[in-house]
Design a protein around this ligand. Structure first.
Ligand code: PAF
Length: 281
């Protein structure tokens, strides 16, 4: 099967989308930074269940990386990505940095509320970078729906809030985290882990499942402290957070009211990688 065509400019993207619209077809957008894995491909498949056409954007967005982060080293494997999308996606949109942010670019989308804590606290400016690029991608492509993985739970809430607040005519569709056979949430950055680190990483979801199971039967602070100690014992560290929050606003919760939804969120460093995971409580 042929890989999908790649376009690099907004004008080309809009021309393709306009032709599909004229034929009465719906469009799903899957925003990515490339280095595609099974988690991304699941988003594309889910997009194709909702729409006749799937567009995958591949853009390593400099605005969401701090100067100390891995922007330059972030894996860029365009040909491999295109091959992985053969028979799945209809179009790849891969703009250059100067197309996305031409000289003089001066606008930033900041979302308060769910951006505040957790990743927002650990990575200042990260969610403004994400919201800015996602707003642009949604305006450029004008899809009927856009697919986001629950792996980046906070990002999903930030994007959902932004689309609602700005009345963007798009449905933001969450998709469950795709995990490997040991339950490790798939992430492009897992490629940085050594075999020994991978074995440890695979225990994160096991600890989180246990913590999630106990949170409603024992005091929250106690269960979280034990979970944290267990992660440290296993070799994770530092642990940026292991916390429970209201799922949409991301307000931290000290007490879980019966029947009230809650999300367990964790970020822990392991060697060169900051692993994120989350689960319903
Ligand atoms: O989740 C990601 O890969 C990125 O944050 C996104 C949504 C593609 C924006 O650059």
């Amino acid at each position: 099967m042929q890989p999908p065509d790649t376009v690099r400019t907004v004008a080309e993207l809009r021309a393709r989308v306009a032709a599909w619209r004229a034929a009465g077809e719906r469009i799903a957008l899957v925003p990515t930074m490339g280095a595609l894995h099974e988690g991304h491909l699941a988003l594309v498949r889910a997009g194709r269940e909702r729409a006749e056409r799937a567009v995958v954007s591949i853009f390593v967005n400099p605005k969401q990386f701090a100067p100390t982060e891995d922007f330059d080293a972030y894996p860029r494997v365009a040909e491999k990505d295109r091959a992985a999308l053969a028979g799945l996606a209809d179009l790849v949109f891969a703009p250059g940095v100067n197309d996305m942010y031409p000289p003089g670019f001066a606008t930033e989308v900041t979302v308060a509320g769910p951006s505040g804590g957790f990743e927002g606290a650990a990575r200042p400016g990260h969610f403004a970078g994400v919201a800015t690029v996602v707003a642009k991608l949604l305006i450029q492509c004008a899809p009927d729906c856009a697919m986001f993985g629950e792996k980046d739970w906070q990002q999903l809430q930030v994007v959902t809030r932004m689309a609602r607040d700005l009345d963007l005519p798009v449905e933001i569709v969450p998709h469950p985290t795709v995990r490997d056979e040991a339950g490790l949430a798939l992430s492009s950055r897992n490629a940085y882990l050594s075999p020994e680190q991978l074995a440890i990483a695979r225990k994160l979801n096991v600890v989180l499942s246990r913590v999630a199971g106990e949170l409603r039967v024992r005091p929250v602070a106690e269960v979280l402290a034990e979970g944290r100690a267990e992660l440290e014992r296993l070799g994770f560290g530092p642990i940026d957070y292991l916390a429970v929050a209201e799922p949409e606003s991301l307000t931290p919760l000290d007490v879980l009211a019966p029947g009230r939804p809650a999300r367990l969120l964790a970020a822990a460093r392991l060697g060169p990688v900051r692993l994120l995971d989350n689960m319903a409580v």
